[in-house]
Structure formats: C-alpha cells, structure tokens
Design a protein around this ligand. Structure first.
Ligand code: ZN
Ligand code: ZN
Length: 286
C-alpha cells in the first residue's frame, strides 16, 4: 500500500439489516478510492429489544467479528481492515455498552445519539422542536463524559428531525455549551460525509459547528458511514476542504483505541495521486 495513507473510519455490514454487501466489497471499493484501510463500525447489538430492526442481535455479534476478521485476513498486505463498533448512547444502557466494548478487540468505538429511535422519541419527544434539539446536544455531551467512546458520530444528526426548523444561529449557545463539555473530555468528533444524502443535505456537522469544534481544539475523525460499498471514501476530498476552511490541519485515525494523527495536506496528496493514477472519475472532484 505504498501510495495510500488514509482510512475510512465508519461503515456497516448486512448484519444491521439496512446495509448491503459483504465486507470484501467495501474493501475493494476502499482500494479504488485510494485508502490504506477501513474500519467497520456496525450498529451495536442492544438488549431488551432496543430498536431491534436496525442492528445485529446479541447472538449475531460473534458473526460480526468473524466476517470482519475474514475480510482482514483475505486483504492482508492489500488493505488494513479493522474492527470497530457504532454504539448507541441512551441513558440506562451505559453498563451494557461498557461490557460490549470488552467483548472483542476493537480498534475504534463510535458513540451515537440516534434521535430517530422509537425508544428515544418515546422518552424525549415531549416538548417543542427547540427542546428536542437541546436534549440531543445535552445527551451528546453526556455521551462524551461517559468515557465509553473514542469519537462521537455525526454530531449534528438532529438537524434532520425537522429540517425546515433547523436554524443554527438560534441554537448556537446550546451547541457551544455542549462543545465546551465535550472539549474537556478529549473525545474526538466525526465529520460524516453521508449527511449530504440525508433530508437536511449537508455533512454532519455543518461548517459553523465544525469551526466551533476547531476553536476548542476538538479532534476530528472522517467517516463515510457507508451502508453500500460504493460510498466508501465518499467525498473525502470535500470533507478535507471543509476541515481546512474550519481551521483544521490534522485528523485522527484509531488503532487499538489509540489515536494516530495525520496531516490533511498529506492525506489529500495521496487521494489525489490515486485518483490521477486510476484516471478515476468516480473519486469525485473536491
Ligand atoms: Zn445505519
Ligand atoms: Zn449512526
């Protein structure tokens, strides 16, 4: 992998029941996209029937470890494939998540506040849209403070709740308070490129919040959140441009739950070179 440097740190497997394709298909796409490695972070199994149709069951967890390991062995020397997890943060389930994170040798554990879950809405959809958004950012800070996670996934996902009501300037103080708490924990936050395909079509987080994260020195990890192989490495050069505009010069990639710092200009060079070598129009222009 001499010309390749960077990793896509967020993607799924068919075990979550809403992603398609085997890990090997994601691996093939990662090589085309000029990546050195990928981290699978499928949705965490949860006990007590917690939003079960979007995740693997606890019984399926060994199968998850097995298929990621199978791909890692098959691509040895060609692509570095690592095991991770996208774990739900929902107050009351912290002990389970702590246990889950000891059940395999994870490289990277993402924490996610998924406001779309029935359980989440049943508990928190009780007031105005503003209340719902404020609760989301309070839980985001709480998730960082648990110490369970390396990074917080798609940290403004709630803008898709009522996209027409999303007014960043109105909630800036709420976001600032949340980011102040997160910055104290040292936990990283994700720049997730899949937001461009969501109802509120923008990366998660958007440029204003990314700039506020940069001001506080919060480290960033880039992830595609691919649920199909074609999206691995999707719009990473655009993500790098967003990061530079926000004031970032580095990002992180995790190995054995330990952060490695990589320079954006070096990553960009390797992605560009790969695109040129392949004459590849599918690696999109930034
Ligand atoms: Zn998903
Ligand atoms: Zn997620």
């Amino acid at each position: 992998m001499p010309n390749r440097l960077f990793y896509d740190s967020h993607m799924h497997t068919p075990l979550c029941k809403h992603a398609f394709g085997e890990p090997e298909a994601y691996a093939d796409r990662a090589i085309q996209a000029g990546l050195k490695g990928i981290i699978f972070t499928c949705h965490s199994p949860m006990p007590r029937g917690f939003w079960p149709h979007v995740r693997m069951s606890i019984k399926e967890f060994p199968e998850y470890v097995r298929i990621v390991d199978r791909a890692a062995k098959a691509y040895e020397g060609k692509l570095d494939i690592r095991l991770g997890m996208e774990s739900d943060f929902f107050p009351g389930f912290e002990e389970w998540i702590a246990e889950l994170h000891t059940m395999a040798k994870f490289h990277y554990c993402l924490g996610s506040v998924h406001w779309q879950g029935q359980d989440y809405k049943a508990r928190y959809e009780t007031g105005s849209v503003e209340d719902f958004i404020a609760t989301y950012f309070r839980l985001l800070a709480e998730s960082a403070e648990t110490g369970l996670f390396d990074c917080l996934a798609h940290p403004d996902l709630v803008k898709n709740y009522k996209p027409e009501c999303w007014d960043f300037e109105a909630i800036r103080p709420i976001v600032a308070e949340s980011l102040d708490r997160i910055a104290k924990t040292g936990v990283a936050m994700e720049l997730n490129t899949s937001g461009l395909n969501k109802r509120y079509a923008a990366m998660n987080p958007g440029p204003e919040m990314l700039a506020m994260m940069a001001e506080r020195g919060i480290p960033v990890v880039i992830g595609s959140d691919a649920h199909v192989a074609q999206r691995v490495g999707d719009r990473f050069r655009l993500a790098i441009n967003h990061l530079k505009a926000a004031g970032y010069s580095t990002v992180r990639v995790y190995e054995e739950r330990w952060p490695h710092v990589m320079r954006l200009d070096e990553i960009e060079r390797t992605l560009l070179r790969q695109a040129t070598e392949l004459g590849n129009t599918s690696v999109e222009a930034a």
